[in-house]
Ligand binder design. Structure first.
Ligand SMILES: [Zn+2]
Length: 329
């Protein structure tokens, strides 16, 4: 890292910052903003993205072509930034290839706005997903990062939807829910400069079930990061077969519904799962989704709650996915 150009406005941003392990784009931008002392948030946006307001609010990747040019390519290609430093892949891996390409193109190109990617990040492309703009951090990771790097940065894996505990330290993530206005200038900040008081899970004591779900979400996200795309024709076959193995058939829908509700009851306090599991109607819809023609779920949480119900772990699901004989389409 070269700090010799700290005061030089013409310096490339990549002279001031380089990626920390598992860091979000928003975090790197926030560190740049702090290191470049005295710039306004709008000036930082212009420095990094060539635009006074379109940026990476809430880790939303936009104008990455411009970011790539302004950092002289030294911080990676737009695709690498999306896949390694944002949670966008979490939403993309259950979409069609053409939809993913269009969304990535919007996040990458030098356009004034990337509405589709923004909607994804905020979950408002699908109202059932809810709108929970949050930044999360683990207090033990923050202390460690401060000790090792002199700064407590935002980790991408702490931002995974559905995950409310650090899977390394197994403690509650602290969170902040800043007011988010779409397409306005980012408020570049690090965990240490926020009061992390947002507790949507209140005083919920996490059980082994919660941690199993957090680990499924985290493993799924890692798979998405590696470019994993799910063939929902095959996934649908595997889910249906596992439901049959549980002893349920087309004639025992209600029994399967009761079993699903009981198995996932501990997860209802997880904010992203409220809209998925809360009502009988939504739970019926999920079982109907498994029983019906295999299709991609609009919401990855539907898929992940079913994996939680039917499999002991993400690797149990993956094993089944690799071994499953494919029936003709
Ligand atoms: Zn931690």
């Amino acid at each position: 890292m070269d700090f010799s150009d700290l005061s030089g406005r013409s310096a490339s941003p990549s002279n001031l910052v380089e990626w920390l392990e598992g860091e979000t784009l928003f975090s790197l931008c926030s560190r740049y903003h702090i290191l470049s002392q005295g710039r306004t948030t709008r000036e930082t946006c212009v420095d990094l993205f060539g635009h006074p307001s379109i940026s990476a609010y809430g880790d939303f990747p936009a104008r990455l072509d411009s970011f790539h040019a302004r950092t002289r390519g030294e911080l990676g290609t737009p695709i690498r930034i999306i896949y390694e430093h944002s949670i966008l892949p979490f939403f993309l891996s259950v979409q069609s290839e053409s939809y993913c390409e269009a969304t990535i193109a919007e996040a990458t190109r030098n356009s004034p706005a990337s509405p589709r990617a923004w909607r994804f990040m905020r979950g408002i492309n699908d109202t059932r997903f809810g709108r929970i703009p949050i930044y999360k951090a683990c207090s033990v990771c923050m202390l460690r990062d401060m000790h090792c790097f002199g700064v407590s940065y935002w980790h991408v894996e702490h931002q995974i939807p559905g995950v409310w505990a650090c899977t390394e330290h197994r403690i509650h993530l602290k969170a902040v829910a800043p007011k988010v206005t779409p397409l306005k200038c980012a408020d570049w900040r690090l965990a240490e400069t926020f009061e992390l008081t947002y507790r949507p899970t209140k005083d919920l004591r996490f059980s082994a079930s919660h941690f199993r779900f957090f680990e499924i979400c985290t493993s799924y996200y890692r798979c998405c990061q590696a470019g994993g795309m799910f063939d929902f024709f095959l996934v649908g076959q595997i889910l249906k077969r596992r439901v049959w193995e549980f002893g349920f058939s087309d004639n025992s829908f209600d029994e399967a519904l009761t079993h699903f509700e009981s198995a996932t009851s501990a997860l209802k306090e997880i904010p992203e799962l409220f809209p998925v599991l809360l009502t009988l109607r939504t739970r019926r819809a999920i079982l109907g989704w498994i029983a019906g023609a295999p299709a991609m779920p609009a919401n990855p949480m539907i898929f992940l709650s079913v994996v939680f119900w039917l499999f002991s772990s993400w690797s149990d699901f993956e094993r089944e996915l690799q071994l499953a004989p494919v029936e003709p389409r």
